[in-house]
Design a protein. Structure first.
Length: 139
């Protein structure tokens, strides 16, 4: 599990002064990228080598509000991994009091640059192994 720290910017809030719901997904992307990099895999290099991971589905359950200036901790895990796809799950907490703010997920397929599905385990076994390691570290 990886923890990523996000400080809420004013531009991420709505007229009620709370974080606009859609802003959680860019935070999840930042957290996913940091998790992947922490295991030594670069999205940029993977893409240059011909691996894309397009989003197939996503969701989020909002529990409490974050506001401008809050520091949010995003916990990220790989929870599902097959040769064709993976799923990341996220939990967002307010750092100051540990309150759970949101729980979400993103599902990703493994494709080539033409968006044709590929078998990650066969085509990029080293990346598959890293994702397996990430999944194993989820606890």
């Amino acid at each position: 599990m990886q923890r990523t720290r996000i400080t809420v910017r004013y531009s991420e809030t709505d007229m009620m002064g709370i974080v606009y719901h859609a802003n959680y997904f860019p935070w999840f992307e930042v957290a996913r990228t940091e998790l992947t990099q922490s295991f030594g895999v670069s999205y940029a290099k993977a893409e240059a080598d011909g691996l894309l991971m397009p989003l197939t589905d996503c969701g989020c359950r909002f529990v409490k509000s974050a506001v401008y200036g809050d520091t949010v901790l995003i916990e990220t895990r790989v929870t599902v991994l097959t040769a064709a796809r993976c799923r990341y799950e996220y939990r967002a907490y307010r750092e100051a009091d540990g309150a759970l703010l949101a729980e979400g997920y993103t599902g990703h397929a493994f494709t080539d640059k033409s968006l044709r599905p590929l078998n990650l385990k066969k085509k990029f076994p080293e990346i598959y192994e890293v994702l397996e390691e990430m999944r194993g570290a989820a606890g």
